[in-house]
Design a protein around this ligand. Structure first.
Ligand SMILES: C[S@@+](CC[C@H](N)C(=O)[O-])C[C@H]1O[C@@H](n2cnc3c(N)ncnc32)[C@H](O)[C@@H]1O
Length: 194
């Protein structure tokens, strides 16, 4: 199914998400059978796009989140797109991930870090690095000003973008930054022998 066809199911934001996730995937060169943890399910744009690319996806958000961004019906959209069987949902908080060390080839946070309570961001980053494989990547997508302005039309109190490097505690992890079309993309890599 084309991105345009999927947008008619998920809505126009899918185009924005898929464009920038595609840019990050090109840089990552993940194995074809990679398993990706998508932190912060929301409407499921990122999870669905990753699943359409053939990856196995585990996604989740806190069961207690009552914001307008949580408890969306992402599963109906995933079913319509035909990728529901590639996505597993599990409720979790980013600061306490219920996964074993090294379980994922990559961990994605699309439009999520700035929604995590400031006091939990450091732990959320540490947890993402823990569950990523040695040599694996943790990728944050944070909105640029034009994107924030779009989002604030519907949600004037939307928080400002976060800078992931402020929450990184390990000196062994490398950082690459890329400009997406709408988001700034931050790619962190574990040393291969971690
Ligand atoms: C704007 S939505 C993300 C959009 C989504 N990634 C997509 O592609 O459609 C923000 C998400 O962050 C989640 N979130 C907020 N705090 C969180 C936390 N502490 N741990 C995990 N997810 C969290 C919310 O529940 C919500 O699912």
């Amino acid at each position: 199914m084309s991105r345009v066809a999927i947008s008619s199911i998920l809505g126009p934001r899918f185009q924005i998400v898929s464009e920038d996730v595609a840019k990050a995937l090109q840089r990552l060169s993940l194995p074809a059978n990679a398993t990706i943890l998508d932190v912060g399910t929301g409407s499921g744009n990122c999870a669905v796009y990753l699943a359409t690319q053939g990856y196995r996806v585990v996604t989740g958000e806190p069961a207690t989140d009552r914001s307008i961004y949580a408890r969306r019906d992402w599963a109906s959209a995933a079913m319509e797109v035909g990728v529901l069987d590639r996505i597993d949902f599990q409720a979790f908080a980013a600061s306490k991930l219920p996964f074993a060390p090294g379980e994922f080839d990559a961990v994605f946070f699309f439009g999520v870090l700035h929604h995590i309570d400031e006091v939990d961001r450091r732990e959320a980053f540490r947890e993402a690095l823990r569950v990523a494989k040695p040599g694996g990547a943790v990728v944050f997508f944070e909105p640029r000003q034009e994107m924030l302005e779009k989002v604030r039309v519907d949600d004037p109190a939307h928080p400002p973008a976060a800078n992931p490097s402020e929450y990184l505690t390990s000196e062994a992890v490398s950082e690459q930054r890329m400009a997406g079309s709408w988001m700034d993309i931050f790619i962190y890599r574990q040393p291969a022998s971690a």
